[in-house]
Design a protein around this ligand. Sequence first.
Ligand SMILES: Cc1ncc(C[n+]2csc(CCOP(=O)(O)OP(=O)(O)O)c2C)c(N)n1
Length: 307
Amino acid sequence: MPVLGKAENIFNRVGELTINSVMEGLSKALNIVNPFSSLNTVKVDYAPPPRSPVFCPGCPHAASFYELKVVTAKAGAKPLFSGDIGCYSLGINNPFNEQDLLTNMGSSLGLGMGLYHGTNGKTMVISIIGDSTFFHTGLPALVNAVYNKTPMLVLILDNRVTAMTGGQPNPTSTINIEDIAKAIGADYVRTVDPFNVRNAQEVMMEAVNVVRRGGIAVVVMKRGCALEATRLFRGYMARYYVDPDACRACGICYNLIACPAIVPLENRKAWIDQHVRCCSVCAQVCPYNAIKPEGNVRDWLKKWAEM
Ligand SMILES: Cc1ncc(C[n+]2csc(CCOP(=O)(O)OP(=O)(O)O)c2C)c(N)n1
């Protein structure tokens, strides 16, 4: 049986192995007509709407970035957001703009530390990192930060999986990040649910104050990836809707959380797409209580929290 692969030009040597390129390669190797080739191209006579890539509807990272933005603004802080590689890299975009540096997986803490010392302690550093990336190379950098007494807020976005590359499990399911941070000796360590907006903001504010006093604060934002929650608990899914009579068209929900399921209507009132999962954050930030539950959202969010 011959072994065929890249050397025989069955698969491309460089670039992404897309579903189409793999199907094409297998068809070539098996000497058959690619049964999917007719499905490969779809012609449409309209252009896709222009918008930057956004978080998924219900993504806990969007809630964390929203909360961090509000807290740093309230604290009058102008931090450097040292970013990292994962779904949360999308925090570089509007309306968040909370990733000032972004290089390689696990670099946020080390680069943040370098910038703190390189500016003689004049920079407030907030390092943002995911659970998988934290275990990859963030952990030794946290040890280093504690050892070198580098004031910093480390925000660990623990969505329970390695979401960006397909939702693979990682050590976060068996090793508690909060316990590790405490054992290393961080000055302030808390775990919060980003879907509990008020509590998350209070904890973040305390953490910013710890950093201002020269300490190292670690805040674990723990809430499972929305896509995984949908796969696991679809039967429990419940949603929110906008009561048009109560909505005052302030735009806080669609402008500041940037959930792609919330859109402004022509009269600028909000409308929520009923075909996606909900996380309750928009309902919590609406100043007019215009966003209301439909179905048993309490059970859905409780189930989701089990991840
Ligand atoms: C050294 C290295 N290995 C693998 C990758 C591919 N990769 C990109 S993001 C990512 C995981 C991100 O997971 P996490 O930090 O948990 O964030 P999430 O996407 O779940 O928000 C991986 C493995 C990479 N960029 N660099």
